[in-house]
Design a protein around this ligand. Sequence first.
Ligand code: ADP
Length: 304
Amino acid sequence: MRIVLLGAPGSGKGTQSQRLMQQEHIPQISTGDLLRAAVAHGTELGRKAKEAMDGGRLVADELVLGLIRERLAEPDARRGFILDGFPRNLAQAQALDRLLATLRQPLDAVVQLEVDYAELVRRISGRRTCADCGRVFNLFTAPGQLSKNEPCPSSDAPHRLMQRPDDNEATVSERLRVYDEQTRPLIEFYRARGLLRTINAEGEVDEVTRRLEQALHAVARPKAAKTARGATRKPRSPKRAQTRRGAPRRAAKSASGMRRKPATDTSAASKRAPARRAPSGARTGGRRSARRARRQTRNLRGPE
Ligand code: ADP
C-alpha cells in the first residue's frame, strides 16, 4: 500500500504512521524526520534546511525532493510506504506524481487527518520527545504515559524529554499559516484524482487508528473487487477490449497513464469473485450460451 498522510502540524501524522508501519510492515517516510537527522548530523543539506525549519517555513523543494527520491529508491520502499509530511505544496505533489509514475508505483490513497485549530496548538505545545529513544509524549493530551515512569529502553534511565525547537508558540503559528496557504490546496488536488479520504483525527489515539484503518480498508476493497471483476470479464482479444461499450483501451490504466499493478489484497479478491460472477448465459449471450444453459439444466435434473 502506498499512501500519503495529509494534515496540519500536530494532526497526528507521525503517531498514526508509526502504528500503520507496524501493522502493514511498510516504512514510514517522514521528511521532517529526514531533515532533522540531516540537521543533527551537520550535513550540508541539514545546514541549508535549518534556518527554514527554525522559522516554521518550508525547506526548499529541491532539497526535500532529493531526500524523497533517495529514500524511495531504497529496497524497503518497494513493498509500499507511508509518506508523512510530504508532499507539502503543489510543486512537491506534482513532482511526486512524476516520480511515482517513473517507478510505476502510483499512490493508493491520501488520508487527510482533520483536527480543530485550538486542539492543534494544544497538542504541539505539549509535545515532548525523549532525546535517547525518540519516543513522543504529550504533557497535555496523554499525561498518563509520563506518570507510568517506565524507563527509557535506550538508556535504562528515565526518559530525557526535550521540546522540538520549532514547537515554540511563534513558530507554531507560522507553521499553521504555511499549512493553510501551501498544503491545504493539496486536499482538492487529491480529491480531483479520486484518492482523498478524510477522517476525524480528534479523540483517543486508538480510535483515530481505527478510523484510519477503516478508510484504508475502503480503499483496498474496491480495488480487490475490480481485480475480481477483471478476471471474470477478461476480453478474448485486445480488439474486443477497444470496442466494448465504446471505451477504447480503458483497461488497467490509471489517471497518470501508468499501468496499475493488480491489487495486493488477493485474498479479498478471491473471496468476492464467485459472488460477483454473472450467470454464464448473461456473460456470453448468444446461441452458444443458450445451448450451454439447456445442457446445464439437463445436468441439474440428473438421471430420470
Ligand atoms: P510538523 O508536521 O509537525 O510541522 P514535521 O516534522 O513534518 O513537523 O516538519 C518539521 C519542519 O520540517 C517543517 O516545519 C518544515 O520546515 C520542514 N519540512 C518537513 N517536511 C517538509 C517538506 N515536505 N517540504 C518542505 N519543508 C518540510
